[in-house]
Design a protein around this ligand. Structure first.
Ligand code: ADP
Ligand code: MG
Length: 254
């Protein structure tokens, strides 16, 4: 088994009197897709942004690839990929130009064509961000996380608001990035997304982790308690019907 690349211990975040994160601890293993799964307001983004060095914590210990957040935030920044705010996507520039611009922020010469290739957007090099579909926008945003060839990539609800094909498309892309060796931390409130995409998940509720394991083991544990679904489990769900009727996941490529 690979080693721990992120270690979070007893992390707390208060906004004034409000405790958004209440003593969270977890480890992320190198090369896995780790999910923070929970409802809106659970504290997922806050936790992510603290590890990303973008938000101050109230207390707790965060170590990323051996670097302490308090002592070496600069070292952490060098090895992580963060989705850049869409407000930085200057409307006059095309995708290729935007990637070059962002490369400058990281002090890196980038090859826009390679980055666009990696997210299946090569034929959109001359397109403007605003003219992309929802799924293409998310894929471009993932391309921006790859600029500094990071070892760890943070994705905050990357599939929220996407249609089923675009979501599946993005899952495949995220798995491809993982298979090339990156570690990925993702937040989601979609259970089925966590089930298919994440190697392990932490279920977060009201600022606390209430369960942490692989989706498989969490399900097995539940079943072991004698739990049974009230209804017969069907071999397909409505999403399968939709995808079957509307064709393959190719629509998002256009
Ligand atoms: P999630 O990403 O799981 O939806 P967040 O981490 O965004 O949750 O937010 C957790 C809680 O902290 C929410 O109740 C939210 O309203 C609150 N919160 C987030 N950011 C701030 C802030 N800057 N000031 C005050 N409260 C905040
Ligand atoms: Mg959030």
């Amino acid at each position: 088994m690979k080693g721990t690349i992120i270690s979070v211990k007893d992390l707390w975040k208060k906004y004034g009197d409000f405790e958004a994160v209440k003593g969270i601890s977890f480890d992320v293993r190198e090369g896995e897709v780790f999910g923070l799964l929970g409802p809106n307001g659970a504290g997922k983004s806050t936790t992510l942004e603290i590890i990303e060095t973008l938000r101050d914590k109230t207390s707790g210990t965060v170590i990323v690839d051996g670097f302490h957040l308090d002592k070496d935030p600069g070292e952490i920044k060098k090895i992580i990929g963060v989705q850049l705010q869409t407000s930085g996507y200057y409307p006059g520039l095309n995708l290729s130009e935007l990637l070059e611009l962002f490369g400058g922020l990281y002090n890196r010469r980038v090859r826009p064509a390679d980055l666009l290739d990696a997210v299946n957007l090569r034929d959109k090099a001359k397109a403007k961000y605003k003219d992309l579909s929802g799924g293409q926008k998310q894929r471009f945003s993932i391309a921006t996380t790859l600029i500094n060839q990071p070892r760890i990539i943070f994705l905050d609800e990357p599939t929220t608001g996407l249609d089923p094909q675009a979501r599946r498309n993005l899952w495949e892309l995220i798995r491809n990035i993982r298979d090339k060796g990156a570690t990925i931390i993702i937040t989601t409130h979609y259970m089925e997304e966590a089930e298919v995409l994440c190697d392990r998940v932490a279920i977060v509720d009201a600022g606390k982790i209430i369960a942490l394991d692989s989706p498989d083991k969490l399900i097995d544990k539940l079943v072991a308690t004698g739990f049974e679904r009230p209804k017969e489990v069907k071999k397909a769900n409505l999403e399968d019907v939709f995808i079957n009727l509307t064709g393959h996941a190719l629509r998002e490529q256009n």
